[in-house]
Design a protein around this ligand. Structure first.
Ligand code: PLP
Length: 394
């Protein structure tokens, strides 16, 4: 007998963005000029006052463990921020600070999934949903996000997949990888429909909630007290304050899950980096103009990308409504998403992510991130035009 890994681990998926990032870095190290429109993180530095708060925290001696769910002033600041933005009262006792929003996906799957249960999630969607669900032993049940619906979810599509085995529904608006934002009427319809299914909890991934573009509105599931006792919220600092590398996120847990979530934290990571928590506090209590500045930049670039793509042969692109991604349809090029991803990276020097990294329904799409300069986006579009003209006419 030889040592062998357990079966659950074979169900783990991955996030291709990290693989593409590594390949782009290899090509750059080999002297190639690569424009990265692959990775989903703001290209801005963390605002100065937040960095200073982190440095000060280290100097002031924030070096030890903190309570596993986060320091109380930070949980209170999250609660105050939620009150300010949504007008609802959430007790700091239901808030948990975590090393990234991503951890909340895994915790939710661990707490709500097991063999014999089903978890409903979006396709296209953030790939970690499917991976975490499969690892938990639950059966992943995707619901489609359709281009003709501007990639918003349809409440009927979600509700229609509920069975007596369903334990959790995952929703994400504004969405990765599509930039879709689901209108309020559809969210209200989902909430009303959930009244008939009291055994189903819901996890709303609101990590892009402050990146919503003109003409669209963010509706948080927090605004519906009727589902609060089974609602999990995923949010954090990564996208809103350009803090991806600090590893900070927060969950709002319903009361029936908070104790178990805290035990998972104690078992897995003990607590979040103490100085990073002080920086997170400064982010929430300091000036907020950095958010609007970044949002405006993403919105401008999303426009550049969608207009630029619509002028290319074989590509059509819906204007993104939020987050910082565009998800154009490339099916008229006649190429598969994966082969276009590979050719554009290796031959044209543009890093993008194949739609197929985001679900089984995503052949014919490719993800563009808006997290690069206007100039870089312009150059990338030119490189793609040259490559497509060379290959589609051949
Ligand atoms: N949820 C979605 C939809 C995301 O796109 C991401 C990051 O890309 C996360 C969650 C995780 O964010 P974090 O960096 O805070 O772990």
């Amino acid at each position: 007998m030889v040592a062998s890994i357990n079966d659950r681990a074979s169900h783990l998926g991955t996030e291709t963005a990290f693989t593409v990032l590594a390949r782009a870095a290899e090509l750059t190290a080999a002297g190639r000029d690569i424009i990265n429109l692959g990775i989903g993180q703001p290209d801005f530095p963390t605002p100065e006052h937040i960095v200073e708060a982190g440095i000060k925290a280290l100097r002031d001696g924030h070096h030890g463990y903190t309570p596993s769910g986060g320091v109380l002033p930070l949980k209170e600041a999250v609660s105050a921020d939620i009150h300010r933005r949504h007008g609802v009262d959430i007790s700091p006792g239901n808030i948990q600070i975590l090393p990234g929003g991503k951890v909340i996906i895994f915790f939710s799957a661990m707490l709500m999934g097991e063999a014999g249960r089903e978890i409903i999630y979006p396709d296209p969607g953030f790939p970690i949903y499917q991976s975490a669900i499969a690892f938990s032993g639950a059966t992943p049940r995707p619901y489609p996000l359709l281009e003709e619906n501007n990639f918003a979810f349809s409440a009927d599509d979600v509700l229609g997949r509920i069975t007596e085995k369903t334990s959790l529904i995952i929703v994400n608006s504004p969405a990765n990888p599509t930039g879709g934002v689901t209108p309020r009427e559809e969210i209200e319809k989902l909430v009303r429909g959930l009244e008939d299914h009291p055994h189903v909890a819901i996890m709303s991934d609101e990590i892009y909630d402050q990146l919503v573009f003109e003409g669209n509105t963010m509706t948080s599931l927090l605004e519906f007290p009727e589902i609060r006792d089974r609602l999990i919220i995923l949010n954090g600092w990564s996208k809103t304050y350009a803090m991806t590398g600090w590893r900070l996120g927060y969950a709002v847990w319903p009361s029936f899950l908070i104790e178990a979530a805290d035990k998972l934290a104690v078992n897995i990571h003990s607590c979040v980096n103490a100085a990073a928590q002080q920086a997170a506090l400064a982010a929430l209590t300091g000036p907020q103009d950095c958010i609007a500045e970044m949002r405006q930049a993403f919105e401008r670039r999303a426009g550049l990308i969608s207009r630029g793509l619509n002028a290319l042969p074989g590509i059509t692109c819906r204007p993104p409504a939020g987050a910082f991604y565009a998800f154009p349809n490339i099916s008229l090029t006649g190429l598969s998403s994966q082969s276009l991803q590979t050719s554009l990276l290796e031959e044209a020097g543009v890093a993008l992510i194949s739609g197929t990294s985001f679900g089984d329904l995503c052949e014919g799409y490719i993800r563009f991130s808006c997290a690069n300069s206007d100039d870089a986006i312009g150059q990338a579009l030119e490189r793609i035009r040259t490559w497509l003209e060379g290959h589609l006419s051949a």
